[in-house]
Design a protein around this ligand. Structure first.
Ligand code: HEM
Length: 417
């Protein structure tokens, strides 16, 4: 019997099959069953060796904090394909200590809450420009929220932080879609598969940033590309390829994720209007609402780790070289950690979600993402008198990021705010 057979709505669901997420969304009833009955489950792939599906919060935390026994390097994404190492070049997220620790330390001061406070006004300006564009459509209107707000905001913030000229921001959008979204047929180059399409986009991105890095070496400015162009680790300039992979990871890590937290957050408010009213009446709830949005949406579906030695986990014997899939949306609904996990509650406290990961690879851009989400909902929610879905939500073909491709909404604004 298949573990999914008796799971309503998710019979036959494959945890690493992109099209299953597009068709059915997150398989929460299946995750619940796995957490309850088989939290360390040997999952057979349609192609390639089995992997261990890890679904309990405490296990994700323990593994995330043990980079010596669980590596990111060999591969971080699971596919129904014969197992291969991730191709060179490797970005920060595919490095392991000590290189990872050194590289991360070299830039982490650019991403601290203190640094973010400096960026507060700039990010708020970017967010209000985008939201003003939406609100200018009139007191009653319809739009695709992804197209109008969720997608442009992170592109603008990342483009601006990197120091990419505004005219080139659409390129960042295109490259993100074609790398992170490469498993979606809409984002593949005709005649090419997901791997070839994403390699093609990556090559374009590297060519572009090779020129920008050279320009920032000649004329440094206060942006991330200038930082990467001059980055030294242990007193030595980093190799040119690593300068480019820094640019790549910032472009791809911060876009699709924040886009989907924003879309999923709005959807949560549409489905839970009383929670929207609570934030409207008490804006001091915004920071906890943002945390709840990240827990609720858990935009990253999984990342993988590879065991460096034999390990026993909840009585299961994991062998050296075995691959583990960490399922963040499951951990963030773990009933042993979260009270009432299947309710969206803007005042949830404590909220120890791991939507931004945990341990060695904890999201470098978490404060940027929080600020973006706070700015969107700070400026949007007070204006909404009513909001509802105006059509079906379409989802990305991806087992990596739980993407919303379109979110049609119909809304009425308060006239006097
Ligand atoms: C809601 C939005 C976001 C979510 C849910 C998210 C989620 C995550 C997760 C789960 C990881 C951990 C990876 C692992 O354990 O292997 C991660 C890492 C990372 N994220 Fe984010 N992220 C978001 C936004 C951003 C933004 C805006 C940026 C950049 C400005 C960013 C840059 C990174 C980088 C560079 C890493 C790698 C860190 C490392 O390997 O040390 N992320 N993110």
């Amino acid at each position: 019997m298949d573990v999914t057979d008796d799971v309503p709505g998710f019979a036959g669901f494959n945890l690493i099959e992109p099209s299953d997420y597009a068709a059915r969304g997150y398989p929460h009833p299946l995750f619940t069953k796995l957490r309850r009955e088989q939290p360390v489950f040997r999952w057979e792939r349609t192609q390639g060796p089995p992997f261990w599906a890890i679904t309990k919060y405490d296990d994700l935390v323990a593994i995330g904090k043990d980079p010596a026994r669980f590596l990111n390097g060999p591969r971080i994404v699971l596919q129904n394909k014969p197992e291969v190492e991730d191709l060179f070049p490797k970005t920060l997220i595919q490095m392991d200590p000590p290189k990872h620790t050194d590289y991360r330390k070299a830039v982490s001061k650019r991403f601290t809450p203190g640094k973010m406070r400096h960026l507060h006004a700039d990010i708020e300006k970017i967010a209000t420009e985008i939201i003003d564009g939406l609100l200018a459509r009139g007191l009653e209107s319809e739009c695709d929220f992804v197209h109008e707000v969720s997608a442009p905001l992170p592109i603008a913030v990342i483009g601006w932080m990197l120091g990419v000229p505004k005219a080139d921001w659409p390129l960042l959008f295109d490259w993100t879609n074609r790398t992170i979204g490469a498993t979606d047929p809409d984002f593949q180059t005709p005649g090419k598969d997901s791997r070839e399409s994403s390699m093609e986009a990556m090559a374009e991105l590297f060519t572009y940033f090779t020129h920008l890095v050279a320009e920032k070496r000649r004329n440094p400015t206060d942006d991330l590309v200038s930082v990467f162009a001059h980055l030294e680790v242990n007193g030595e300039p980093i190799p040119e390829i690593d300068v480019l992979t820094w640019c790549l990871i910032i472009v791809v890590a911060g876009n699709e994720t924040t886009r989907n937290a924003t879309s999923g957050g709005l959807l949560a408010f549409v489905e839970n209007p009383e929670q929207m009213r609570r934030v409207q009446q008490n804006p001091a709830l915004l920071p906890s609402a943002v945390e709840e949005i990240v827990r609720w949406t858990s935009p990253i579906i999984h990342f993988a780790r590879t065991a460096t030695e034999d390990v026993e986990l909840r009585g299961r014997k994991i062998r050296k070289g075995d691959v583990l899939g960490l399922f963040y949306p499951s951990a963030n609904r773990d009933e042993e950690i979260f009270e009432d996990p299947f309710n969206f509650r803007v005042d949830r406290s404590p909220n120890r979600h791991i939507g931004f990961g945990v341990g060695e690879h904890y999201c470098l851009g978490a404060h940027v993402a929080r600020l973006e989400l706070e700015m969107v909902f700070k400026h949007l929610l007070p204006r909404f008198a009513e909001i509802e879905l105006a059509g079906p939500v379409t989802r990305l073909h991806s087992a990596l990021v739980g993407g919303v491709k379109s979110l049609p909404i119909r809304y009425r604004l308060h006239a006097n705010r």
